[in-house]
Design a protein. Structure first.
Ligand code: ATP
Length: 516
């Protein structure tokens, strides 16, 4: 199965099994807006809980807030979003399709990188066990030529974006001979800037109403509450404030399912530090966040760091954590050293002092900030794409199964309780078991269809444990527990179930391995 096919199947599966629906579907949907179904919301909540606890519970000096989506419009002037939160857009005159100019170039670079990987794969096949990949990459003329090409284009792209050189960006698209994927032509318009913020009116009388924005990031709600939290929480630098909440961006091109949405959710943490110490903390958070990702056990080689070629207006260092999605390595989280840009500007625009008195140095200063910012929806997509598998089944009768190997801590349903038949007191016994377990774990009861079919249904939604109650259970209080990943079955005492399940799904053991 190609990665493209896998992605299509994943989208269909997400809908069929109640994870993700197109918003307003009966009205043919709304561009790049999605709703989460009964399992999607559980997965999302579990991701949020794992992130929140890893920040707030594991760090004495990190606390959370929940600020409003509507904020004073001057905030977005101070943050630079009114002036600079733009993406460069370009239209193809023949297909009338609109693209993000920088993304067109990035996709072009990705194609060159694909060629490099193909060349390496050819070498591996040719030389077999004797293949020295590092040497091949360093010496093969075709590889070297493509690497240089990709680097030159990437450098030009970074320069044009940094200089806001829109003509230069168009020229780069022409020089790379990039064609519109729909029309196949190079008939491009000029590149224009487009502000990504949604705006609306606040106030009942239109003449008095003021223009406000839907927040494009949750971070500003943290900055403007910096002193409130610091004072009321008696926080000492270094300390962090987190928040999880909705953000809105009028993305030019909505693509790749929930990867790029117009309404999405972020989990952000702003860490306030002494000026001059930001690089130490930047490295600390890069490492801590990568450990969090890898703790989910989806494969360490699926992640990489990517340093930003073009720094945002507020940053002095920035890196993305990228994940190997079915459409290639793409950003899931950003770690940014934001300097004192935000707090200093809010100080200027609001006229209020936003300084911290450091009792250790007896100095007042505007703290520097290191931010970690991750999209909840991208995490959902990451988990689903890593978890989805189609397999031939040898046990439990011949056939195939689709299984979601979601890390058990994040699985929407932790266990299914299945009476073997719908009679002879088995459903009653199953309910007794479930009524005990449901206080600790999200359980599902199912008595319809054969046991094999029920296992398949649980595999498809990613339930790590199935508990089967049979006639023998009524005599010995033992049940069959069946494990999702290897389909192994064993007979265990009902009284041991909480311990067996807890070992795999307790937040405590997952958080402990983070080792903060
Ligand atoms: P991109 O380069 O993909 O547009 P970005 O660099 O603008 O992303 P940030 O502003 O750093 O993203 O936002 C932090 C995180 O929020 C991202 O890493 C991503 O996980 C998430 N995010 C940003 N934009 C979107 C979106 N349109 N849909 C879903 N998640 C998003």
């Amino acid at each position: 199965m190609t990665q493209e096919e896998l992605f299509k199947k994943l989208i269909a599966h997400s809908k069929e099994y109640g994870y993700i629906f197109l918003s307003s579907e009966i009205y043919d949907g709304l561009g790049a807006v999605y709703d989460y179904g009964q399992y999607g919301v559980e997965l999302k909540n579990n991701i949020k809980r794992y992130w929140w606890d890893s920040m707030v519970k594991l760090h004495e000096n990190i606390v959370g807030i929940d600020s409003a989506i509507f904020m004073h419009p001057r905030i977005w002037e101070a943050s630079g979003h009114v002036g600079a939160f733009n993406d460069p857009l370009i239209d193809n005159k023949d297909s009338k399709k609109r693209y993000r100019a920088d993304v067109l170039v990035e996709d072009h670079i990705a194609k060159i990188e694909e060629k490099i990987e193909k060349e390496v794969a050819k070498g591996r096949k040719k030389f077999g066990d004797a293949f020295d990949e590092a040497q091949f990459r360093a010496t093969n003329p075709n590889v070297l030529c493509q690497v240089e090409k990709a680097e030159t284009i990437r450098k030009h792209l970074a320069e044009t974006l940094t200089d806001n050189n829109l003509d230069g960006l168009k020229q780069l698209i022409l020089d790379c001979e990039i064609v519109c994927p729909i029309s196949g032509t190079r008939n491009w318009t000029d590149v224009r800037q487009f502000n990504l913020m949604f705006s609306t009116q606040m106030g009942s009388v239109s003449t008095d109403a003021s223009q406000i924005y839907l927040r494009p990031e949750t971070a500003q709600g943290i900055f403007v509450n910096f002193l409130n939290v610091q004072k009321t929480g008696r926080m000492k630098v270094p300390f962090g404030i987190t928040q999880i909440g909705k953000a809105f961006r009028n993305e030019i091109v909505a693509r790749q399912f929930i990867f790029r949405m117009r309404e999405f959710e972020q989990m952000e943490m702003q860490f306030f530090v002494r000026p001059g110490e930001e690089m130490k903390w930047y490295e600390y958070w890069k490492d801590a966040r990568m450990r969090w990702h890898k703790s989910l056990g989806l494969g360490d080689d699926k992640y990489r760091f990517r340093n930003h070629d073009k720094l945002a207006h507020y940053a002095n260092a920035a890196a993305d954590i990228e994940f190997n999605f079915p459409f290639g390595f793409k950003e899931v989280e950003g770690i940014h050293s934001r300097t004192d840009f935000d707090l200093s500007n809010h100080q200027k625009f609001s006229g209020k002092r936003l300084q911290y008195f450091d009792p250790e140095t007896s100095e007042s200063y505007v703290p520097y900030v290191v931010e970690t910012s991750i999209g909840v929806d991208r995490m959902v997509l990451l988990i689903l794409s890593a978890a989805y598998a189609e397999e031939k089944v040898q046990k439990e009768g011949e056939g195939e199964r689709v299984v979601l190997r979601i890390p058990s801590i994040l699985a929407p349903v932790k266990l299914a309780v299945l009476p073997l038949v719908k009679k002879d007191g088995l459903p009653e016994k199953a309910h007794i078991i479930m009524n005990n377990l449901k206080f600790d774990f999200n359980c599902q009861y199912d008595e319809k269809d054969s046991i094999g079919k029920r296992y398949r249904r649980q595999d498809a939604i990613g339930t790590p444990f199935c508990i089967t109650i049979d006639h023998q259970t009524l005599h010995d209080d033992m049940v069959t527990i069946r494990y999702r990943d290897n389909m192994r079955q064993e007979r265990v005492a009902i009284s041991s179930l909480p311990e067996i399940i807890n070992e795999k799904v307790s937040m405590r053991s997952w958080l402990q391995q983070l080792g903060n």
